[in-house]
Structure formats: structure tokens, C-alpha cells
Design a protein around this ligand. Sequence first.
Ligand SMILES: C[S@@+](CC[C@H](N)C(=O)[O-])C[C@H]1O[C@@H](n2cnc3c(N)ncnc32)[C@H](O)[C@@H]1O
Length: 293
Amino acid sequence: MIEWRDMPAFSGSVPVNDIEPRVSGHQAVPCLISDIRDALSKAGVDPDAPGLDDLKPVDHFHTGGAPATEALLKQLDITARTRVLDIGCGIGGVARLVAQKAGAHVTGLDVSAEFTRTADTLSRMTGLSDKTTFHTGDALAMAVTDESFDLALMFHVGMTIEDKNRLFAEVARVLAPGGTFALFDVMRTSQRALTFPLPWAETRETAFVDRPWVYRNAARDAGLDWVGTRDRTEPAKAAFNRAFETSRRIGAPPPVGPHLLMRGKAETKVSHYLSHIYACDIAPVEMIFRKPA
Ligand SMILES: C[S@@+](CC[C@H](N)C(=O)[O-])C[C@H]1O[C@@H](n2cnc3c(N)ncnc32)[C@H](O)[C@@H]1O
């Protein structure tokens, strides 16, 4: 049984309330749930009873959206008994998809209280409250007992975490022997300077886009075995092309979309991101690790 320690969520000596504006300030969206409800109404969906498919354009906040989530999940063995942790869960799309598809219970953790509150509400609205639980806290100091999870997932979170060694050590601690860590992050593939803002960071001070070997070394030092790596640049380009094509066809971005989380500078952030993908400066990459049994 997973036990969340009865303690305030701290990151070392830094209270979450202090780090939240730094690591997720670009995503601090007040009244997010009412924005999502308004967008659902505009899209002709009942805002009180959306289906998982209605939310997918906004609640899988990573490159390629829900299809990219499915692409990683397909490589994993998840059953109703798998204890799943989603690190940096955002507003909970990945957690709900896993819960719905595999019947597993998923615990989501995010440093943004606004996101975990929204994740809770969306799970209630989609009837998945009993299969998903969301906590506010820092991935670098998770308030959870050792060896509590069989699978840890992490989608597009590492780019805002500087200390990869501490991240991997913490994941290794909470994984049960034989457990899996599957992640999908944007990683560095050149030394050229990045242009900001990017979808996950306003400035270079809050962006820690690392090379794949940084992840592999951190995993090795934490005692996790490397299982595989997959570059997702081509599927990412195809997903962006599909999204642009849809916007062109209907004359504007669809009401429900990632712009709800990125706010005003969404176009600039996406345009910088795409330029860097096409210049091979960065790449969306999946990695899977296993803790020895
Ligand atoms: C780009 S979003 C991805 C959200 C979600 N994984 C998804 O794919 O929909 C990155 C998320 O990581 C969270 N995050 C960043 N640093 C974190 C940390 N140290 N601990 C927990 N969550 C963190 C942010 O608040 C944000 O929700």
C-alpha cells in the first residue's frame, strides 16, 4: 500500500511555494479549470461531462500529445495491479489514460498545486477519481515510502530539473525491485544556444535540457539498468504538421489545446521549439530503465 508521508512537501530546504513560480511559472494559469470548461463548451462538449478524448488535446502536455503517450505505454507491461507513479503529472492526462486502459491505480505528482487541483477535478468529471490520486510535491523529494511503485512515468519534466542525479536517485528509491522507469523528455543534440521562451521554460535560467548521456549516467549511478532509447523527432514533426493543418483548415487553433496551458506566448514558444527541432539542436527522446529485481 502506498503511503504518502504526513509531512509538508519540501524540496530539500526549499518550500514548494518558493520553487513553484521558478520551475513552472510559465504554467501558473489562474482559473485553469474554468478556461478548460469554456474551451470545452466552445468545442461543443458538455463541460460537466467531458470524455477522455475531449480532454486529450490539452491534458497530454508534451510533444505529440496523447499519441506520444500511447507510443511509450505500448512498450510497457501494465496491468490492473501495477502501482504507477506519474512524475510531473501536469493536469493528469497520462494518469487517466493509464487508469482507463489498464485499470491500474495511478498516483500523479506535480509541483504545481493549480495543476494537481485541476487534475483532481478532471478525474472527477471523467469518472476516474477512484483510479487516480494527485499530490502536490517535488520530484526531487517525494513524500512517499521506499519501493512503493512498480512503474514510474515521466513526460517532459526533466527539462526543468537541473539535478538529474538527485531525480534518478529519488526514482530508484521509490521503485520496487524489478520496477520500470519510462520517460519522454526533450534532450540536447547540439551545443548551439537555445532561443527562449520555449514551451517548458521562459528563460535559460529555468531550462535544463540535457544530453541523453546525462540521463544514462544519472540512471547508472542510481543503480538503474538502461533498457532502451528511442528518438521521436520524426513523429514529433508529423504531429506538428497535423496540428498546423487542422488550424489552417478551421482558420484558428481548436478551442481545446495546449495553448490553454502556455497562455499568451504559445505561438512564439512553439515556433522556437520547432526551429530547434528542425536544426537538430534538441530532440524528443524516450528512455526506459529498470531497477534490478
Ligand atoms: C511540460 S509539463 C508536462 C506535464 C505532464 N507530464 C504531461 O505530459 O501532460 C511539465 C510538468 O512538470 C512539472 N514539474 C516541473 N518540475 C517539477 C518538479 N521538480 N517536481 C514535480 N513536478 C515538476 C510542472 O509543474 C509541469 O506540470
